[in-house]
Design a protein around this ligand. Structure first.
Ligand code: ADP
Ligand code: ZN
Length: 734
């Protein structure tokens, strides 16, 4: 009776395919194998029979008769995919309604069909040794190998003073066998006693609690909050130390690993060595080394982007998500998942604590704390007596900038005073380029993207208009494309480039540095910019949201927010929460050392609850307000939400498909479908998009409802080929 094995391939198929297991292979779940698929050799993973959890498996196809199955070609050398990672892949697939193979692909990024060349050497096989000793040459070879260390042929021949032929013949006779030669461990073991911080009593008690949780080896989610600069990082480094001491591995997720130079330095200062790093731009060789080290337990600490969740930790003992409120944790293309939420799942499968860290926790996490699902640990004050910055709003109606300018006289004065005192100032505007809109003064035409519902953004340094959604670029036109008027096109509104131009005119002697993703294209340039600021080679920093990351600039005492209202427009229910989090984070860059900090918010709506919360530094009350607004309508986190994004090549096809989906929408107690309506970007990359939102009560699982809904729709409506429906469970905008 031939044995079938399910093999999951890293492609968007509905589930694993069956193959025949050749008797000599003895395959186990998790083994990485080479299998034939459409006459090509593909990598796959031997999967478990059980398949998807909790009845979420989609209807499986009838089994293929055994005589039609193809055999597995080979098992790849190297470590298998551990069980917890396989369970995690299944879980993410089921939760996000993604094909499991697509999720597996994220766990297989370090693999390729080309076999890895692992250096091998000879060791004693342990058999027939009496025979071997018959000749002195063979005896010398065995004596050299007595220490068990594998040696390549040439080295062994030299040491045993025999010819290479003797060794090869011993191999052929089965007296010797090949074994991989150990490579030096790629990551040094962090030294937990290298330079432990002298923690404050509050920090120490939080660190102790975290350490106990690590040693308990139980799943426990916990929110670690505390104002910016209170030492959250310093404290959770101690939890990592406890995890290393316990012999397990720790995973730290950062929202933007490319902008983490200061974090890595702090880690090195604390532990005397760098951790393993994981992100999508890692070179393929480094990726393989890191994957293998994680899998062998030789990478005690991994710091990475969201994809690090899919590494093969054999013994994960701690998961940390820093800046847990960051939207960068949401992956929007391919498998749509929220790395913060999936990190909690990963920790649960590993029986480890999950620590979510933020000065401005998301409403979801606060709700979980309130419900008693998450523990709550708080650091109460800034470290070393540093005070929180004072925040005030500048009412732009009262203190308007000069015509055609964007900085209020009050902000200019404060920046000048700061720099005169030998301190540093920062201007924050979350908008790249020169101007977000180009308008014709003659006919009123606004230049928009040919592929998207979006205005083109002028990038003056590059002499281009760019779409920030699809990447379309064109030269800045001389004539209005609509009415042909000459010299009539005017930039409207500011981007960082324009603020920089204004700042250079206003502060001609200041040393200015611009931090935006297009001026700092890689981790190296970002790290260098950060070093220059920290070393006080810069007086004035102007930047986009890059500057809001967890930087520690001791000389920075003034933060000016150029347009605090930006981000509050539009119909997104979450806009206020996100704006408060971002601005609080930017504000937190000011006054982190001895000199007190000051934050000025330029706003046309100083009475807005967001501005009030920032000025009063009362994040808690603001979130309660938000909660009160969302609760009655069952908006997240008080209900569940899933979005269906319907896209098609034409508006007619998109409407047709979206309306058909609307007609077979699920009904039931506590189930509600909103839409179809134009999606937030109604046209993106030439695709017309509509959105339907499914909203349910919190205790309802949305996945079975969605599966049924999509099934109904496919049954009843034939759709043009160009129609695609993307599912987004827990969308971050609504
Ligand atoms: P957070 O993560 O809460 O923003 P950090 O951990 O970055 O705070 O701490 C802010 C600054 O204070 C950092 O420069 C950090 O090294 C320093 N710091 C915090 N706690 C201590 C401590 N116990 N001893 C020495 N330095 C500390
Ligand atoms: Zn576009």
């Amino acid at each position: 009776m031939p044995v079938r094995v399910p093999v999951l391939l890293p492609y968007p198929f509905a589930g694993p395919f069956d193959y025949l297991c050749p008797p000599e292979l003895d395959l186990q779940p998790g083994d990485i194998v080479l299998v034939p698929l459409n006459r090509r050799a593909e990598l796959g993973v031997v999967w478990d029979e059980s398949g998807l959890p909790d009845g979420l498996a989609s209807a499986s196809a009838p089994p293929v008769p055994a005589h039609k199955l193809k055999p597995v070609t080979a098992r790849m050398d190297g470590p298998p995919i551990p069980r917890t990672l396989r369970r995690f892949v299944d879980w993410v697939a089921a939760y996000t309604l993604s094909p499991p193979g697509l999720v597996l692909a994220m766990a297989m990024r370090a693999h390729s069909v080309k076999p890895e060349t692992v250096p091998v050497g000879w060791v004693r096989s342990g058999s027939n040794e009496a025979v071997a000793r018959d000749t002195p040459a063979r005896g010398r070879v065995l004596a050299v190998l007595a220490d068990g260390r594998p040696r390549p042929t040439a080295a062994l021949a030299r040491e045993a003073e025999v010819s290479a032929g003797v060794i090869r013949s011993m191999g052929a006779l089965g007296l010797l066998r090949e074994a991989p030669i150990d490579q030096p461990a790629p990551f040094a073991l962090p030294d937990i006693d290298h330079q432990a911080a002298d923690l404050s009593p509050n920090q120490a008690s939080v660190a102790d609690t975290l350490g106990e949780m690590v040693r308990a080896r139980r799943f426990q989610p916990v929110l670690l909050d505390g104002v910016t600069g209170s030492g959250k990082t310093e404290t959770y480094l101690e939890a990592i130390a406890a995890c290393i001491a316990d012999g397990r591995q720790a995973l730290v997720l950062l929202p933007e690993i490319a902008l983490s130079s200061q974090w890595l330095q702090r880690f090195a200062r604390r532990f005397g060595t760098e951790p393993a790093i994981w992100h999508s731009e890692l070179g393929s060789a480094r990726r393989r080394v890191t994957w293998r080290a994680v899998s062998n337990g030789e990478a005690p600490v991994v710091v990475g982007a969201r994809s690090a969740l899919f590494l093969p930790f054999p013994d994960l003992g701690l998961v940390i998500v820093d800046e847990e409120h960051e939207t960068a944790f949401k992956q929007e293309d391919g498998v749509t998942y929220h790395a913060r939420d999936m990190a909690v799942v990963r920790a649960r499968l590993a029986n480890a604590p999950a620590v979510l860290v933020s000065a401005t926790p998301s409403l979801e996490t606060l709700h979980n704390v309130e419900q008693g699902r998450y523990r709550h640990l708080t650091l109460l004050s800034r470290h070393g007596g540093a005070r929180l910055p004072s925040v005030s709003a500048i009412d732009m109606r009262e203190f308007p900038p000069e015509r055609g300018r964007f900085l209020s006289p009050r902000l200019i004065q404060a920046a000048a005073d700061t720099m005169r005192a030998g301190e540093q100032a920062m201007l924050f505007l979350n908008r790249r380029g020169y101007a977000p809109l180009t308008l014709c003064r003659t006919c009123g035409h606004r230049i928009s993207c040919p592929n998207c519902t979006a205005w083109l953004v002028e990038h003056r340094a590059r002499k281009q208009l760019c779409c920030h959604h699809c990447g379309h670029t064109e030269a800045v036109p001389v004539h209005c494309p609509e009415c042909q008027a000459e010299n009539s096109l005017t930039p409207i509104g500011p981007g960082v480039e324009r603020i920089t131009e204004e700042a250079r005119e206003t502060f001609p002697d200041a040393r200015i540095l611009v931090m935006a993703s297009d001026t700092l294209p890689g981790p190296k340039s970002a790290a260098e910019a950060v070093r220059r600021i920290a070393d006080r080679e810069v007086d004035l920093v102007i930047g986009t949201q890059i500057v809001a990351k967890g930087w520690h600039f001791p000389g920075l005492t003034l933060v000016g927010v150029v347009d605090a209202d930006l981000g509050l427009g539009g119909g997104d229910l979450r806009a206020a929460e996100r704006t408060v989090q971002l601005l609080h984070q930017v504000a937190g860059r000011a006054g982190r050392a001895q000199a007190p900090g000051q934050v000025l918010l330029q706003t046309y709506t100083p009475e807005h609850p967001v501005m009030q919360a920032l000025v009063a530094n009362d994040f808690g009350r603001f979130m309660q307000r938000e909660a009160a607004e969302r609760r009655p309508g069952h908006w997240p986190p008080y209900g569940r939400l899933a979005a269906l994004i319907v896209s098609a090549d034409s508006a007619t096809d998109a409407d047709h498909a979206a309306n058909a989906l609307g007609r077979c929408a699920p009904r039931g107690d506590g189930i509600e479908v909103l839409g179809p309506a134009p999606a937030p970007l109604a046209i993106l990359r030439g695709r017309h998009r509509r959105r339907l939102l499914l909203r349910t009560r919190r205790d309802t699982a949305v996945q079975p409802i969605l599966v049924h809904w999509l099934h109904q729709w496919r049954q009843t409506t034939p759709s043009p080929r160009s129609v695609i429906v993307d599912v987004d469970v827990d969308p971050i905008s609504f």
